[in-house]
Design a protein around this ligand. Structure first.
Ligand code: GDP
Length: 447
């Protein structure tokens, strides 16, 4: 998204401050200009941008920076804090039984978000159900049912019923066993009175604990007006911004959040049910500013590891750090990598790696990696148990046999073995590291 540019453009300006211990008005003017340019390009509301600029300027110049803080770090901190302040806290979402209704324009991603949220709550140990009341869009029922299946959550819908209010009422009864009920509604223009009447009636029938507005990140300034209408008719408690994985600008969504005086609850970053993140202001802004988001990264890694382990109960990631790193470990690690999601998203979360570094790679670089990983899988399928456990036992004749069996070439098999050696070496270095070393490394990455 365009807001991503903020990190890379700001970094240049901030680097000019390196080595300085005090900042001048000119310095801060440059930083503020950079921020304004990025935010306005991203469709953020002009008055919001101006307010933000003023507060950054005042604080950076007038407040006394903590001792031993460089000018660069001080400015970065002020920018970070002011932006976190602008975006506000994440929408409160207690992990307890509740009904949540989704509203939004046609195509904004409601149906997808309903299933994603259900998946998210199910990972928190609750029992969610999706209730589909969209009777307008042909295919909404099937899509919703399929996605609920993918998310492995309960589902209620009735393709033969035309009245969404009836479906909503029957849905609540039918899903009485669920803890979390997510009511999806038909897409509507916030300015179309007939549809507004309809959602008000569903709102009355369902009496949800929370109403979330789903907004496509690509939406510009009109998001603000839409948000206003929904806020007036049913009241909006939080916003889910979808399609942040695309080239969307994101600024309109921020204006909508501000307009409804609400907050962001979730971020959608892809088309599958797992592509959802709970919004965390500090991590989000860190990522925007190219400072990385270690918390999200850790969560993703942990989830991917858990899933990989669930597939093969005999495999214990802990062994990898202690004993010898085998080809089996490598295969599991590759599979976990695959589950972490698109590599560019993962990279954005690593401090110092975000902010467009990936943009410098050719578009197909990542696909090649994926293809290569698949090929490695096929090669490993042709290996014996012993070879997987003791890769060092693989000699020239085995390489030949494996290449033949997997329908690849000897070079590819050698490549796989090389890759394994490299990973093994890296891991050895980690094994020799104490916590203090790790901490130092993290600090280096963050700076
Ligand atoms: P609805 O009309 O509001 O229910 O919208 P849908 O849930 O049907 O979504 C419309 C389209 O956007 C579908 O093709 C979805 O796959 C896609 N979509 C939804 N959320 C995301 C997202 O976070 N990222 C991407 N890339 N696509 C999304």
């Amino acid at each position: 998204m365009v807001l991503d540019n903020l990190g890379s453009s700001l970094r240049g300006t901030l680097n000019d401050l390196r080595g300085k211990s005090r900042i001048s008005e000119d310095d801060i003017d440059n930083v503020v200009k950079e921020i304004q340019r990025s935010l306005l390009q991203a469709d953020v509301d002009t008055s919001l941008v101006m307010d933000l600029s003023d507060s950054i300027k005042t604080r950076a110049l007038e407040e006394e920076p903590p001792s031993s803080t460089s000018a660069r770090d001080w400015v970065l901190r002020v920018v970070y804090e002011e932006m976190v302040d602008l975006i506000g806290e994440s929408t409160e979402l207690p992990l307890e039984p509740q009904t949540i209704m989704l509203a939004g324009l046609y195509g904004s991603g409601k149906t997808t978000t309903a299933a994603k949220m259900a998946w998210w709550f199910s990972k928190k140990g609750l029992r969610p159900a999706v209730i589909q009341t969209d009777t307008d869009r042909p295919g909404a029922y099937d899509q919703s049912k399929q996605m609920a299946e993918n998310a492995e959550v309960d589902f209620y819908g009735d393709p033969d019923e035309n009245d969404p209010v009836t479906i909503a009422e029957e849905g609540l009864e039918a899903t009485a066993d669920a803890d979390i009920r997510i009511v999806d509604t038909a897409g509507r223009d916030g300015l179309n009175q007939e549809l507004i009447d309809q959602i008000e009636r569903i709102d009355d029938a369902v009496n949800p604990d929370r109403n979330l507005l789903v907004i496509d990140a690509a939406m510009g300034q009109s998001a603000k007006e839409q948000a206003q209408e929904f806020e007036e008719s049913i009241g909006i408690d939080g916003v889910a911004i979808t399609k942040l994985d695309g080239t969307a600008k994101g600024g309109g969504a921020l204006a909508a959040v501000n307009e409804t005086d609400s907050s962001i609850a979730f971020l959608g970053t892809g088309e599958t049910v797992q592509d959802i993140e709970r919004f965390e202001p500090s991590g989000f802004i860190s990522r925007l500013l190219g400072m990385g988001d270690l918390k999200q990264l850790t969560e993703r890694v942990e989830r991917a590891m858990e899933e990989t382990q669930a597939e093969d109960e005999d495999w214990d990631p802990e062994n990898m750090l202690e004993g010898e790193f085998t080809l089996k470990d490598m295969r599991h690690q590759m599979s976990a990598m695959d589950k972490m999601g698109p590599l560019d998203q993962v990279m954005d979360m690593i401090p110092g790696m975000g902010g467009g570094l990936m943009d410098q790679l050719p578009d197909d670089a990542m696909d090649v990696t994926k293809d290569r990983m698949r090929e490695f899988e096929v090669i490993m399928d042709s290996m014996t148990e012993k070879e997987l456990e003791q890769p060092r036992s693989i000699g020239a004749s085995q390489v030949k046999r494996i290449a033949h069996g997997s329908g690849t070439s000897e070079e590819r098999v050698q490549e796989l073995l090389e890759q394994h050696k490299m990973m093994s070496k890296t891991l050895n270095q980690f094994q020799g590291m104490g916590d203090a070393d790790m901490e130092r490394m993290m600090k280096q990455m963050g700076g």
